[in-house]
Each structure stands twice: as structure tokens, then as C-alpha cells.
Design a protein around this ligand. Structure first.
Ligand code: PHE
Length: 373
């Protein structure tokens, strides 16, 4: 009798842990471009996610369970992004997704999460269309109309530019949208756009566009591409004789920018989400923790992925449940101080946050200033 009871008890425990469709861990999907054209974005993002999960697990986990990161590489490619979002949802049965990084890839993954009712937060996709996909889609960063405005005001007011040119990737919503936002604000301030040049995706020779730009003789060149393209554009435009300042967006944030671009990216400035040199105690503490674990300084990708994971885990904790509807409602109500600022979502699930301006000087990123919305 006693023995039968023990067997029954053991069976119940086993079922409680693993049976009845329940899981003994809470699985969160993480997506970033770990390989491909912007691989440093993915490496940093994965580190940020891992650090957040490690801290939560050390502090007791989530809803009484340990958290497991199921990470997938989208390779910076929209088609691959769609494939891995489907895999995470259907095969791994993650309860939520933190990802992905590049807007063009997030725009491919988000409809899949939305249709499946799986809440997701993109740490760093700044294109406006991302959260327009639906009510399960959030982001942890500001959006490009703001980022472009900050860049244009900096060019006009701080650099004193009155004429500007822009170059962007025609097949990338992020770079196109950001250049358009810059141009709109620069013009509104009283400046004039003397050239606005699209280049094809995957180009390595930008001389045709840059020759037109140099001939138009702008005071400033706006480059809204990711770091790999920015470095090549900078080298080529310097070769063509342009010595003026270049301004760009968060896509510049990579250790590879100066490694590839060298002297050509000097006199360069970009808007970003955060600076490791910010003196706020939250930032100091995070930089120290990150450095201790990875032996490197966190860039904005690492920081926002850490923040994005924190926001998602907090929403699940507050919901007291891993149900998609409960998580998304809890996310909407969230107001949480994280490393990159205090996040509270507006009615379009975008947080309102400040931007920083970084200058490339002596091969290093130097913090210039913080701009509030
Ligand atoms: N904002 C970029 C995009 O939407 C991604 C990015 C964020 C790149 C932060 C670098 C740093 O595509």
C-alpha cells in the first residue's frame, strides 16, 4: 500500500515536471544576425540576452522555473529570419521572442509571431513599420523619424551645415527610411539636400553615386547604412576628395567600423541608443558586469538585447503566466527602468527614449551628447 502510494507520488511529480504538455523550463526565443553582413550585431546581441538570462536564473528564474534561451541565427537575411521564427514557434514552442536586430529581417519575422500570438520585442529595429505589424510586436528602442531628426539637427546646428547629401541602400527599409527622415528635418530647418543617392543592396563599389555627391559639394554627407557599407563608402568618398563631416545612424555601431574604415571614418558622427561612457549608475554597473563576463565593452546591440530580454521577462513575471495574451497585456502596462533608459510603451508599442551622439576620433567612439525627445 505504502509502496503503491510512493509510485503514484513519483508519477505525479514526473508529470508535474515534464508531462501534460508542461515544460520544466521556460523557453524564450532569441534571434539575431550571428553570421552574415552584420555579424557583430548578432554576436553582441546574443551576449546581452545571455547575461540577462543568467542573472534571472541566478535570482531564482521565472514563475518558479529556470529560463532557457533558444537562440537562432537569422544571418541578416529576411528569408532566413522567417524560417527561424517559424522554427522557434512551431518546433521549440518558445513562449516569447526577443529579436531580431535589423529592421528588414524583423519585418519578415514579426508577422509570423503576430499570427501565432507569440509576443516579441525587437531590441534594436528602428524602422517605423516594425511595430505596425500588430499588437504582439514591441520594441526596446526609439524609431527612425526621431533618430533622423536628431542627426539633421546635429548637422545643421552643431556642425553648421547648410547643404547635405545622403546615400542609402535602396533594398533596406531601415537605411531608406532613416535617410528620408534626415532629409525631411534638414530641409525643414532651412538646409537643402543637394544629392540623394540610392545604391543597390550588396554593392561594394559606390563610386558612381559618390561622384555625383562630391560634384554637388555638400557641407555634410549623411550615410544611413550598416557599418560594413559605411566603412567602404567612407573610404571611397575620401578617395574622391570629400573631406567634410559624415553623419549616420545606429547602424554604424560596430568595432569593425574603424577596423575597416580606418582614417576615412574620422570626422564621422552617429546617433545611437546608448554610450558605454554614460555616467549613470545603471550604465556603469552594466558595463562592469558585461566586461567581467565577456572581456569586452558592451555596444548598443548588447545593451538593448539585455534590456529587451529584461523587459520580456518582467512582462511574463508580472503576467504570472506564459499565455501570449497575458504577456502582451502585461507588456503594454510595463514601465521599467533598464540600462538604456526608462521604458514605457506608447499606444503603438514604441518606447520614447533619448539618443546619444557619438564621434569617431582617433579610431575610438567618443561620447558627445545626449538628446532627449
Ligand atoms: N536600427 C537598425 C535597424 O533597424 C539596427 C541596428 C540597431 C544596428 C542598433 C546597429 C545598432 O535595422
Amino acid at each position: 500500500m505504502k509502496r503503491a502510494f510512493l509510485i503514484l507520488a513519483a508519477t505525479l511529480v514526473a508529470f508535474g515536471l515534464a508531462g501534460c504538455g508542461g515544460q520544466d523550463v521556460i523557453k524564450i526565443g532569441g534571434v539575431a544576425p550571428y553570421t552574415g553582413e552584420a555579424a557583430t550585431f548578432g554576436v553582441s546581441s546574443k551576449q546581452g540576452m545571455e547575461l540577462a538570462i543568467e542573472e534571472w536564473n541566478a535570482a531564482g528564474g521565472l514563475l518558479g522555473k529556470q529560463i532557457k534561451l533558444v537562440f537562432a541565427d537569422d544571418k541578416g537575411d529576411p528569408a532566413e529570419g522567417a524560417t527561424v521564427y517559424t522554427k522557434l514557434i512551431k518546433q521549440d514552442e518558445v513562449v516569447a521572442i526577443v529579436g531580431t536586430v535589423m529592421s528588414k529581417v524583423t519585418l519578415a519575422g514579426a508577422p509570423i509571431a503576430q499570427n501565432a500570438g507569440v509576443p516579441m520585442i525587437s531590441p534594436t529595429s528602428t524602422n517605423t513599420k516594425v511595430t505596425e505589424v500588430g499588437d504582439y510586436i514591441f520594441r526596446a528602442c526609439f524609431i527612425d523619424p526621431f533618430q533622423g531628426t536628431v542627426g539633421a539637427k546635429f548637422a545643421f546646428e552643431d556642425l553648421g551645415a547648410r547643404t547635405a547629401a545622403a546615400i542609402f541602400d535602396v533594398g533596406n527599409d531601415y537605411t531608406k527610411g532613416l535617410s528620408e527622415a534626415f532629409a525631411a528635418k534638414f530641409t525643414e530647418l532651412g538646409g537643402s539636400m543637394v544629392a540623394f543617392e540610392a545604391h543597390p543592396t550588396g554593392a561594394t563599389d559606390f563610386k558612381a553615386q559618390l561622384t555625383k555627391i562630391v560634384q554637388a559639394n555638400p557641407d555634410v554627407l549623411y550615410v544611413s547604412d550598416y557599418y560594413n557599407d559605411v566603412a567602404l563608402i567612407a573610404k571611397q568618398v575620401r578617395e574622391l576628395g570629400f573631406t567634410g563631416p559624415m553623419v549616420g545612424g545606429d547602424g554604424w555601431d560596430s568595432p569593425e567600423l574603424t577596423a575597416i574604415g580606418g582614417d576615412a571614418v574620422e570626422n564621422g558622427f552617429f546617433t545611437n541608443h546608448y554610450s558605454k561612457d554614460d555616467t549613470r549608475p545603471e550604465v556603469r554597473e552594466f558595463v562592469a558586469k558585461f566586461n567581467a563576463k565577456f572581456g569586452a565593452e558592451p555596444d548598443a546591440l548588447a545593451t538593448l538585447a539585455y534590456d529587451g530580454m529584461y523587459l520580456m521577462l518582467s512582462a511574463i513575471k508580472n503576467a504570472g503566466s506564459t499565455d501570449g495574451v497575458a504577456i502582451k497585456n502585461s507588456m503594454k502596462a510595463l514601465r521599467l527602468p533598464v540600462v538604456s533608459g526608462t521604458v514605457q510603451f506608447d499606444e503603438n508599442r514604441n518606447p520614447v527614449k533619448s539618443a546619444v551622439i557619438i564621434e569617431i576620433k582617433g579610431g575610438k567612439q567618443v561620447y558627445r551628447t545626449t538628446v532627449n525627445p
